[in-house]
Design a protein around this ligand. Structure first.
Ligand SMILES: NC(=O)c1ccc[n+]([C@@H]2O[C@H](COP(=O)([O-])OP(=O)(O)OC[C@H]3O[C@@H](n4cnc5c(N)ncnc54)[C@H](OP(=O)(O)O)[C@@H]3O)[C@@H](O)[C@H]2O)c1
Length: 339
């Protein structure tokens, strides 16, 4: 077991500039021993959530009021290095995944044991599944009411969230359409079994949907928004469901006002619907979905794509964030925090 430090480093928002790089800085915090029901975890890897983080730096997350200095980072995987009084069932060296705002972008974290997810090893792949994969699975199955044999369309399909969504849909027996903006990512999507890959930069999305899917899409899972959302909405099948899981393309832009028919004109005669999904509103599905998605992975039924670009240390998180915002990533972007 490593020697425990007196102090450790973490990333905080020190000023709300609206931009990750200029809002954040690395600072130190004094070590705190774990209390009853608590453990201390050494974070090995943290997941980068560029859009959420930028929203924090703009103070536009509806359920958080950011007052600097503000601890950042949501998910991490690591190992238990200290155990508080009265904690049973956990040992030093156990591998865990955690999901809590303020616990990710730091070398050590204090955690309540009931929030820990036991994992076999603290790897980037496990980190991708907890919680990003869990979000995709809950959004698709519970909110989108995934059922076998349907046509499912997924935007940002080669992204951290999207590549899990397409595989869950395939495992359920769906015909899957995956959207991406590059040929490299298109090849990755084919390797995951996506039936129809659409590179929206080289093909016309609306034309492809109209000519190849005249019956429409049964379940559309969108995290990009803008024209992709509009195309999905216009091409829903009878009883089609469109899940809003984000709007990467314009989340930091002024709200666009469009002259168009009221949404019930699109939905009523098809008995179709649009549903929004934001993971923190559905905590009741977390534990069961974590167990199921890890079982699928350990059984070799789910491939996890971790973006190969290395980001090492708290100082590189701004680079990782900008890399995602430029749309350059394939799979989940992770940061090596310690080790
Ligand atoms: N609902 C929830 O609970 C939940 C949970 C986690 C994440 N999310 C949301 O899901 C989305 C995906 O998150 P993620 O972390 O997995 O990111 P990601 O999908 O790995 O990365 C974003 C991808 O979006 C695509 N994209 C399309 N238009 C873009 C644009 N204008 N600018 C930048 N990228 C664009 C790019 O892929 P292509 O080039 O292939 O299009 C890019 O790689 C985000 O909006 C995030 O907020 C929602």
């Amino acid at each position: 077991m490593p020697t425990l430090p007196d102090h450790f480093r973490k990333l905080v928002i020190h000023e709300l500039t609206g931009d990750f790089r200029t809002s954040t800085s690395v600072t130190t915090q004094a070590w705190v021993d774990p209390g009853p029901g608590q453990v201390v975890i050494r974070n090995h890897w943290a997941g980068c959530n560029a859009i959420f983080d930028k929203n924090l730096c703009r103070n536009t997350i509806r359920y958080v009021d950011v007052r600097p200095p503000f601890d950042m980072g949501i998910e991490s995987v690591g190992e238990i290095v200290a155990i508080g009084p009265g904690v049973s069932g956990w040992r030093e060296g156990d591998a865990v995944a955690t999901t809590r705002l303020g616990s990710g972008y730091r070398e050590y974290q204090l955690a309540e044991v009931e929030r820990l997810v036991r994992v076999r090893e603290p790897t980037p792949e496990v980190l991708t599944l907890v919680p990003t994969g869990i979000s995709g699975m809950v959004g698709l199955e519970r909110i989108g009411e995934l059922r076998g044999g349907e046509t499912v369309a997924v935007s940002a399909a080669a992204g951290g969230l999207g590549h899990i969504v397409v595989q869950i849909a395939k495992l359920a027996g769906s015909h899957v359409i995956g959207l991406t903006g590059s040929d490299d990512k298109a090849a990755l999507l084919r390797s995951l079994g996506v039936d129809r890959v659409i590179n929206y930069r080289s093909e016309n999305l609306r034309q492809v949907l109209a000519s190849e899917y005249p019956r429409g899409i049964d379940l559309a899972y969108d995290s990009v928004g803008g024209e992709i959302f509009d195309a999905f909405l216009d091409n829903l099948a009878m009883r089609g469901r469109l899940v809003i899981s984000g709007h990467t393309s314009d989340f930091d832009q002024p709200v666009e006002y469009l002259p168009q028919p009221r949404i019930y004109q699109q939905l009523y005669w098809k008995s179709a619907s649009v549903r929004a999904f934001q993971n923190q509103a559905f905590p009741e599905y977390f534990d069961d979905t974590a167990r199921r998605i890890l079982d699928l992975y350990y059984a070799g039924r789910l491939k996890v794509l971790v973006d190969p670009t290395p980001f090492h240390g708290l100082e590189r998180i701004a680079d990782a964030s900008e890399y995602i915002l430029a749309g350059r990533n394939a799979g989940k972007v992770v940061i090596r925090i310690t080790g």
